[in-house]
Design a protein around this ligand. Sequence first.
Ligand code: PXL
Length: 285
Amino acid sequence: MNKLKRVAAIHDISGVGKCSLTVALPIISAAGAECAAMPTAVLSTHTGGFEGFTFRDLTDDMRPMAEHWKKENITFDALYSGYLGSLGQIGIVSDVFKMFRAPETLVMVDPVMADNGKLYSLFTAEHVKGMAKLCGQADLIVPNRTEAAFMLERDYKDGPMTETEVDDLLRALSGLGAKQAVLTGVYFGEGDLGAACLDAGTGRIDYIAGKRIEGMYHGTGDVFGSFLLGALMRGRGLPEAVKIAVDYTCAAIKLTAADGTGPRMGVRFESVLADYGKLLDGQAK
Ligand code: PXL
């Protein structure tokens, strides 16, 4: 049997709405990897589409948690950061990366802070600068098009892209410092929605298209990132892992659209988990 890989997922817990830790834990576990958690904040719901959510900031707990893990000689095969609950957490996560980075550790930063041309509520321009710096410490970054534009101080553009635009954005993103970059929300034709990835070591760029389902569903970035990291932990190369993440995210969105539960409750990833696990075990039908 393969060695069990251990991931530390550094995200918030939004009690309702299926994003961040409530999707990273089940998806990475379904991949057959262990998912440890460092919660950055606890909210009643995520901040996109709900009014009056509670927000407990856990900034002060993060460093002591990391120090305890270190004292217990706990090691990680991957460090995966997402939604950070305060500006101060960016520096703490940067220190956590330094504490736990070993030669084989994969540091993946999803600079969760914006979508559809807008910053999420609670974030500022300072957050954008801090996230761009944190991306420089990562091996792999996973921004959406809005986050990419903001971090690169470019105008956000939606709609279909050309290959030249995608290549240019990916190369600019790798200039932030990470060896590998995955850009989400990429499509060339109206019926598609997918991602593109760059390995700056080889210069190789891949475009992966899925079938677009109309509507913007919440938490899809976290679902995508978790499917991606799970596949990487099971030994898949970057383009193959991106393809798996696009396929399973699209499948979850399709089921959600059929359910008609609306965009703010997140996507029905639960119903594709068993299949995803089997695929990574090499037992797909
Ligand atoms: O999925 C991104 C995300 C994560 N966590 C919280 C959020 C959001 C997006 O709005 O509000 C709390």
